[in-house]
Ligand binder design. Structure first.
Ligand SMILES: Cc1ncc(COP(=O)(O)O)c(C=O)c1O
Length: 398
């Protein structure tokens, strides 16, 4: 029984009360509730590759059913090192530099908890993937937001420089970017890297869309990992995952690559947060990461096609579309519809039109910044995209 003194104490931590539940994941629940076509949360509604599923089934049948080594099964870590070599050109020591986590979600928070002390600052480009703000609260970091401005989602170099200072511990870079679809250019990356070196800051780089890029006439769209740039390998934590590349978001298998001193700290945090990621799925992960290179070319072309289905549908319906160069989302401007804000519009869209998207404000530190934006994802079956197209015809511009 609580005594009168303890009863006055809040039962919920100050940390937990400083952020809300995920709006993205809430939108999936709303879509189910209203029978809407779900273009909100970024997960494929088509089957995962047969051979990858079979590898997981075989792993369970072979009795890979007990804890893996806490920082990851050796064969999976070896596969991560091999893939990092061919795709990123990085020499990664699987014994000291890789930590397998429960998705990149755990990878990011474990990396932050392992490196950031309360009061230290992290620089975050805005709009941002919504997890980074609670990650900052949970790790005690103070975020400094730097705007990416539509239509090209470019940043102002002076603004970025001004966000760095004595207390800066790290910058978070999501590249290719969710929600904007931006792929940072080499020049932009070099500038971010120069600030990290100048201010002795780390970089947490979320690269889960590394293979989902769309070629564009007159411009090089390439995936560059921050860890590839001069002087950055020793100050970068690469956060990655099987979720998007292999269409297995429910497996919850991700990983961090970091220099040994940081990796050792990440491993400790990870050990006491989760002990480890699912052992049989790590076995299947080792298979997946060693797939022939044309698997990735296929993936890219497939998403390019889906993007090219959804974008004209949105444009015809009256959205202003910011064409993505990577990832599988599209940010749009909804001003043409005359709604007060993104929340009102999203509610209308899910309930009256029957399509779920994500309100733009969930990607900003201040809701008003995203009040006329919403995000759609296109990692969906043709039938799903067609059903959305049919329903969106009901929308009317004001
Ligand atoms: C940028 C970004 N990072 C991380 C995640 C979560 O990934 P995981 O399933 O690996 O935890 C997502 C999922 O949508 C994402 O878009």
């Amino acid at each position: 029984m609580a005594t009168p003194e303890t009863a006055k104490r809040s039962r919920v931590s100050e940390k937990a009360s400083r952020f809300t539940e995920s709006v993205i994941r809430e939108m999936t629940r709303e879509a189910i509730k209203y029978g809407a076509v779900n273009l909100s949360q970024g997960f494929p509604d088509f089957p995962a590759p047969e051979d990858i599923k079979r590898a997981a089934q075989e792993a369970i049948a072979d009795d890979v059913n007990q804890y893996a080594i806490t920082w990851g099964a050796k064969d999976f870590r070896d596969a991560i090192a091999e893939k990092s070599k061919w795709y990123l050109g990085l020499d990664v020591d699987p014994e000291t530099e890789v930590t397998v986590t429960c998705g990149s979600t755990e990878g990011m928070i474990a990396a932050m908890m392992a490196t950031v002390d309360p009061g230290e600052e992290i620089v975050v480009f805005e709009p941002f993937y919504e997890n980074y703000a609670p990650d900052a609260v949970l790790s005690g970091a103070t975020p400094r937001y730097v705007p990416l401005r539509a239509p090209e989602w470019t940043f102002d170099r002076e603004e970025l420089r001004a966000a760095f200072g004595e207390r800066t511990k790290a910058v978070i870079l999501c590249n290719p970017n969710n929600p904007t679809g931006k792929v940072f250019t080499r020049d932009e990356m070099e500038f971010v890297a120069s600030l990290c070196r100048e201010f002795d800051a780390l970089c947490f780089t979320d690269e889960i869309y590394e293979h989902i890029l769309y070629p564009r006439a007159g411009r090089t769209v390439e995936h560059i990992s921050m860890a590839q740039l001069e002087g950055m390998r020793e100050r970068t934590v690469v956060v990655n995952s099987m979720s998007k590349t292999y269409s297995v978001t429910g497996w919850r298998v991700g990983y961090c690559i970091a220099p040994p001193d940081i990796a050792a700290a990440v491993r400790k945090v990870h050990d006491f947060l989760t002990v480890g990621a699912a052992a049989p799925l790590q076995r299947a992960g080792a298979y997946a990461l060693r797939l022939p290179h044309d698997y990735y070319e296929h993936l890219q072309r497939d998403y390019e096609r889906r993007r090219d289905v959804l974008l004209p549908v949105l444009e015809d319906a009256g959205f202003k579309v910011f064409r993505p160069d990577g990832a599988y989302y599209v940010m749009t401007d909804i001003s043409a519809f005359g709604f007060r804000d993104d929340i009102e519009f999203t509610r209308f869209l899910v309930r009256e039109v029957g399509v779920a998207c994500v309100p733009g404000s969930s990607f900003y530190s201040r809701p008003e910044l995203g009040a006329q934006q919403v995000r759609f994802c296109f990692c969906k079956k043709d039938e799903t995209l067609d059903a959305a197209a049919e329903r969106l015809q009901k929308l009317q511009k004001k």
